[in-house]
Design a binder for this molecule. Structure first.
Ligand code: AMP
Ligand code: ZN
Length: 304
């Protein structure tokens, strides 16, 4: 019988070279979250109880687990869900998020791309055929998360990005020697401009498979369907497949790769970007005149 590394009872959960009984797995999982929050290995705390946190929740398992843990450990949170209007996928996401908000009695704000911002993603996708859907959608979500957090005076935005996400982004950036992405990737992005809100990733130490096990063991609801636009060629998904293949042969490589990257981050420092204000929306941009959000959505002015 394999024994749990913490309590020596029978181990039922096996992750790389770790093995736990169910109770000790939950302790290990929550400790990993708390280690991130306390900034272990990062030289600064990620979150304090004084900060007003906007939790970005999609309805997927990562952000639902993040929401549950931030609430459990009594952070000052409000949750934000953006309805992207992607048919059944978005309807189910909205339902999961709304039901959970009332179940755990946690404040939730919902914005609708079409109704609140007059953004039709289908139309944007068809105007930008040479760009990956996920990259367009990601840019729009990032812009709106920041804009909403800024407009509503939040101190920090928390997202559900996990270890697999961090590894894939850094691995892909290394393949391309994309120094800008390498210098920017970090679990804590401090406020660098009055209108650029601090961003944190409290699940950055945890793997996709660990979050799945935790979500199931606590019965945290989440959507099970994949975004209809994620099908086809998504290079980050392909990178994750390559990393998973390597991980099968080198157990624990994801952790050592990403944590090693964070320890060596100074190797990738680039000059701080020179920020200007977008002539349309006034938000900071590295572009000369108009920010990428306003270019993509083709807008002349914005009322958020
Ligand atoms: P993704 O880009 O879908 O991998 O999502 C990364 C993170 O962004 C999630 O863990 C959430 O924190 C946030 N997020 C994604 N989609 C939404 C959404 N529709 N509304 C609010 N936050 C979202
Ligand atoms: Zn703009």
């Amino acid at each position: 019988m394999a024994k749990c590394l913490r309590c020596k009872k029978e181990a039922t959960i096996f992750i790389d070279s770790l093995r736990f009984c169910e109770d000790c797995f939950k302790i290990y999982f929550e400790n990993s979250f708390l280690r991130a929050i306390n900034g272990e290995g990062l030289n600064k705390k990620m979150l304090t109880k004084d900060e007003k946190v906007l939790v970005a929740v999609s309805g997927g398992k990562d952000s639902m687990v993040l929401w549950y843990l931030l609430k459990k450990y009594e952070f000052n949170i409000t949750t934000l869900h953006i309805n992207l209007n992607y048919g059944d996928f978005s309807e189910e996401s909205l339902k999961v998020v709304k039901d959970f908000a009332s179940k755990i009695q946690s404040p939730l704000i919902v914005f609708d791309l079409k109704e609140d911002f007059d953004i039709d993603m289908k139309e944007i996708f068809s105007r930008n055929k040479n760009r990956e859907f996920c990259s367009i959608c990601g840019l729009i979500k990032r812009y709106l998360l920041n804009k909403i957090a800024y407009d509503y005076n939040f101190d920090v935005i928390a997202t559900g990005h996990n270890l697999d996400d961090g590894v894939a982004v850094v691995f892909k950036a290394l393949l391309n020697w994309d120094l800008e992405i390498l210098s920017r990737n970090h679990p804590i992005l401090e406020k660098t401009h009055e209108k650029l809100i601090k961003k944190v990733k409290p699940l950055y130490r945890l793997q996709d498979k660990e979050i799945k096990i935790y979500a199931d063991s606590i019965d945290i609801p989440h959507i099970n369907i994949i975004c209809p636009y994620k099908k086809g060629k998504v290079t980050l998904t392909k990178t994750k497949e390559v990393v998973d293949f390597i991980d099968k042969n080198y157990k624990g490589i994801k952790r050592s790769f990403y944590f090693g990257f964070l320890r060596n981050k100074n190797l990738f420092e680039t000059q701080k970007p020179n920020l200007k204000e977008c002539k349309v929306c006034g938000m900071p941009t590295t572009n000369e005149n108009i920010c990428n959000f306003c270019k993509l959505t083709g807008r002349k002015e914005i009322e958020v």
